[in-house]
Design a protein around this ligand. Structure first.
Ligand SMILES: *[C@@H]1O[C@H](CO)[C@@H](O)[C@H](O)[C@H]1NC(C)=O
Ligand SMILES: *[C@@H]1O[C@H](CO)[C@@H](O)[C@H](O)[C@H]1NC(C)=O
Ligand SMILES: *[C@@H]1O[C@H](CO)[C@@H](O)[C@H](O)[C@H]1NC(C)=O
Length: 521
């Protein structure tokens, strides 16, 4: 029985006729007023239209139902947000895995060999007892990991054929066009085409003793990635890109599901990025050292090549880079989006290994973006802060500093710009009050991460490096009241001060900062 919360009227055709007694996609629709309640099953474009009177009948008549539950006017945005880039193919795969067998039973060596070579990635569980606990864990993983083919084997003949004696999950990978260490580089007809899948090893064994489903999933995910991935996601040019430091980039469009999902779906805690110009043979050759360093960090650091002249160009802004900066290396810590850079790029495998180990050991400081301060940054009524000048101004213990963190493209920021200027004018002669702004798309701070635009923070005078987020109405009078009242609004309960150190881990930026009042990231 399948209930999927997504509008997929066209899935009916996608599955068309292929599955016996097949899945039926249904929609629930509000009844027209005055319509007689009946349990008739009616179709619209091959999709059953369900409502409270015929739902039970549909359930009893079909082995499997895929049902979209929807609320008029709401479903599309919600579904898009939740589901991201679900496409027909992945939904069909998801459905097949649930409606059909989760893993193919391999009876003998011939069927096993055929199955293993049927796809790029095949996971086979060898279990002495297919009814046992270990096999159940494997089935559980198979249900969710629909992009990999799953098989199970119990026969002694198969254990022997694959050289196994205990329960084991084996991931079989197609090895193609393998490049030896220091060997020839595969030069493609078009430099902008992604490389074909090319695993470095054909098979990885996981003894299942003590593995739970989460850990087995993680291992299979990690080992289904190529040792070096390439970032090949199309980003629509001209669309506002969000914060520069964010990796994964928050794409404002639904791009085609290329390697983006694999790279970010594996949940590997660090990404090591090699930016290069794939049109340059000399730069292409740098992949050798990069690849040589990768194996030692498998599962901990994912190695990704970004072609700055191809599909990778669009992500350069997230790193404050231009194509001319290639070749270069960056390491990103995924948990906080901090980026690390060698003092001087060195592309040898040994140097890359040493650098990564130093970052993992906490011995390297993250590299933060900062624009140059404009000449008149501190003579304007609204001071213009950048990464480099932030610390000295915001944490000046003799001043109360009120800062707007904004993005140039954000409409809510533009809407409050005049009010902020006016506030600056109003307080320009107050010795102890500073009104400032900070372009958070060109500057990063070590301990403050901005989650939505605009974000307003107040840094009161005095010791303790306090920071208070302003979450009220964005007009001059309310801003003034807040300032005059020492960083809180009289009629509201005091805002709990937070230290900058703690703000980086906040998930939910502000109860007031809804989509209506600010651009969330
Ligand atoms: C990339 O390399 C090619 C070949 O060397 C060169 O013509 C091109 O200008 C380079 N592109 C960039 C952005 O550096
Ligand atoms: C950021 O936080 C760390 C850890 O609390 C601290 O050592 C460091 O001085 C802080 N940096 C700034 C610029 O506030
Ligand atoms: C910062 O966060 C940690 C963990 O959430 C908490 O234990 C600590 O008290 C917080 N510190 C401050 C100064 O709020």
């Amino acid at each position: 029985l399948l209930w999927l919360l997504l509008a997929l009227a066209w899935l009916g055709t996608a599955l068309g006729g292929e599955e016996e007694g097949g899945e039926v996609v249904a929609e629930e629709e509000e009844e027209e007023d005055g319509e007689v309640a009946s349990d008739d099953l009616e179709e619209e474009d091959g999709v059953l239209v369900l409502h409270e009177h015929n739902f039970a009948r549909a359930l009893s008549e079909h082995r499997v139902l895929l049902v979209e539950f929807w609320v008029a006017g709401l479903v599309a945005p919600v579904a898009l947000r939740v589901a991201g880039r679900l496409d027909t193919e992945s939904i069909v795969r998801w459905l097949r895995r649930r409606a059909g067998p989760r893993a193919t039973l391999l009876q003998d060596t011939a069927t096993a060999a055929t199955f293993v070579s049927s796809q790029d990635l095949v996971a086979v569980g060898f279990f002495k007892d297919l009814g046992g606990e270990a096999a159940q864990v494997f089935y559980e993983v198979a249900t969710e990991m629909v992009d990999v083919a799953f098989g199970v084997a119990e026969a002694a003949e198969l254990f022997q054929e694959y050289g196994l004696s205990a329960d084991t999950v084996v991931l079989f990978k197609k090895v193609r066009g393998r490049r030896g260490g220091g060997g020839a580089i595969l030069v493609l007809a078009s430099p902008h085409q992604p490389l074909p899948l090319q695993f470095d090893e054909g098979r990885t064994d996981f003894p299942v003793e003590g593995l739970d489903a989460a850990e087995l999933t993680r291992l299979l995910r990690v080992h289904s990635l190529e040792l070096v991935m390439e970032f090949t996601n199309e980003v629509q040019p001209g669309l506002p890109l969000s914060l520069p430091g964010l990796w994964p980039p928050r794409l404002h469009s639904a791009p085609p599901p290329q390697t983006f999902d694999q790279i970010f779906g594996a949940n590997i805690p660090h990404h090591m990025l090699l930016f290069l110009n794939k049109s340059s043979a000399a730069q292409l050759a740098l992949q050798d050292g990069f690849r040589a360093a990768a194996d030692a960090f498998r599962g901990e650091v994912l190695f990704v090549v970004v072609d700055v002249t191809g599909l990778g160009a669009a992500v350069l802004s997230f790193f404050g880079m231009t194509p001319a900066d290639a070749p270069t290396l960056r390491l990103v810590k995924m948990e906080n989006n901090r980026k690390y850079q060698m003092d001087q790029d060195d592309f040898s495998g040994a140097a890359i290994r040493v650098f990564i180990q130093a970052v993992l050991d906490g011995k390297v400081k993250p590299r933060l973006l900062s624009a140059e301060p404009p000449e008149d940054w501190d003579t304007r009524p609204v001071k213009v802060l950048v990464g480099k000048t932030f610390e000295q101004v915001a944490f000046d213990e003799t001043k109360n500093v009120f800062i707007k963190f904004y993005a140039p493209w954000c409409s809510h920021c533009q809407a409050m710009a005049a009010a902020w200027e006016e506030l600056g004018e109003r307080y320009k002669d107050h010795e102890d009050i500073v009104i400032a702004e900070f372009d958070a798309t060109a500057n990063e701070l070590e301990n403050i991460t901005i989650h939505g635009f605009p974000t307003l923070h107040y840094f009161p005078a005095g010791p303790g490096r306090k920071m208070v987020e302003y979450k009220s109405v964005r007009d001059v009078e309310t801003f003034s009241k807040f300032l005059e009242n020492g960083g809180m609004l009289p009629e509201e309960p005091p805002v709990v001060p937070e230290t900058p150190e703690n703000s980086t881990s906040r998930e939910d930026p502000s109860p007031l900062g809804t989509a209506e009042s600010r651009d969330e990231l």
